[in-house]
Design a protein around this ligand. Structure first.
Ligand SMILES: Nc1ncnc2c1ncn2[C@@H]1O[C@H](COP(=O)(O)OP(=O)(O)OP(=O)(O)O)[C@@H](O)[C@H]1O
Length: 342
């Protein structure tokens, strides 16, 4: 759906900044693709190059088979209608109501009034804001403003939605509700979503695949599960480590070296002796650091935090086996990279 080939972006100024340096990426139709990296990694520049809001210094961008980097201005304007975008600070027009903000892109392309009104109504229903149509942005919460942003981005029925740190200004509960909405839209409309973030939690929540970016380059690309289980670059481990420690800081103190995993059991798998199987099959030493079993409706739901020691490859194989059993595994700390995780 989206192909980025040998992309470079250099900002010329007093100081020359090479923000994107030779990026190649292929994003598939219908997937939610995340790009994660620390501040200054070049994520915003990269995502803004996809719809040519930022003109690349070199390289090519293809969206749905069309090379955007080869289009004249008028054709580009048309192609851009098929690419919606939402922003960290929403970018709503403060003098227009919610309905008028959503209507704006339809006015620009000359959709007749009656059709515009009908489309705005549908869009506000889709994002759950029908009862706010006549409010002004200043009267809305951050989450509601982002919902308006999403409705506006979808007005011209795009095939791609670009999300530029769309939840960074929101609290955790609102972040989850906006991510849920993006996921629903992705599934209902078959939209391809590209999002950039500096938060691993966002990636874990909704992305199918992720690219890790640093210093203008892509360090690794893969399925989200695979990156969580076996991150290749120290930067990825660092990004993962920060998230995990934020969740369970006390667990990692004073337990010595070794991998620390949180294993979450749901349903039938909760009744299997998976941990003892693991010890036998992969000759690992396992210490239970914390745990509990809860009953959720008719199903058991258990959480165990374990310290695992042994051969690193066997630990990775054991994690893969746990994931195959449909258990959820979070790596709280990587044995060989304790400092990065801390
Ligand atoms: N318009 C600009 N002019 C000059 N330099 C810029 C411009 N925009 C970004 N940069 C520089 O390019 C580099 C990459 O910035 P970019 O905003 O793309 O990174 P980022 O990963 O999105 O970071 P953040 O999350 O902080 O926005 C940085 O060094 C930044 O200072």
């Amino acid at each position: 759906m989206i192909q980025i080939k040998d992309l470079y972006k250099v900002y010329e100024g007093n100081e020359k900044v090479e923000a994107v340096k030779g990026v190649n990426l292929t994003i598939k139709k219908g997937e939610i693709f995340g790009i994660i990296g620390a501040s200054g990694a070049g994520k915003s520049t990269l995502i803004r190059c996809i719809n040519l809001l930022e003109v690349p210094t070199a390289g090519q961008i293809f969206v749905d088979g069309v090379e955007l980097t080869g289009l004249a201005r008028r054709e580009l304007r048309k192609a851009r209608q098929k690419i919606g975008m939402i922003f960290q600070h929403f970018n709503l027009l403060s003098s227009r109501t919610v309905a008028e903000n959503v209507e704006f892109p339809l006015e620009i392309v000359g959709v007749p009034k009656e059709r515009r009104k009908k489309r705005v109504k549908e869009l506000l229903e889709l994002v759950g804001l029908s009862n706010r149509a006549d409010h002004y942005p200043a009267q809305l919460s951050g989450g509601q403003k982002q919902r308006v942003g999403i409705a506006r981005a979808l007005a011209n029925e795009p095939k791609v939605l670009l999300c530029d740190e769309a939840t960074s200004a929101l609290d955790p509960a609102t972040t989850r509700s906006i991510l849920k909405l993006i996921k629903e839209i992705n599934q209902q409309l078959g939209l391809t979503v590209v999002l950039i973030t500096h938060e691993m939690d966002v990636i874990r929540e909704i992305c199918d695949r992720v690219a890790v970016m640093d210093n203008g380059q892509i360090l690794e690309v893969g399925e989200v599960n695979q990156i969580f289980v076996a991150p290749k670059s120290p930067i990825t481990r660092e990004l993962l480590g920060q998230v995990k420690l934020k969740l369970d800081p006390e667990i990692l103190n004073g337990v010595g070296e070794g991998w620390v995993l949180k294993v979450i059991f749901i349903g039938p798998s909760a009744k299997e002796p998976v941990i003892s199987q693991l010890i036998q099959r992969y000759q690992l030493t396992v210490n239970i650091l914390a745990g509990n079993i809860k009953q959720l409706h008719d199903e058991s739901f258990g959480e165990l935090v374990i310290k695992v020691e042994g051969d690193e490859n066997k630990i990775r194989q054991a994690i893969s086996e746990l994931l195959k059993k449909e258990l959820k595994v979070e790596v709280l700390r990587y044995g060989s990279n304790v400092r990065a995780a801390l």
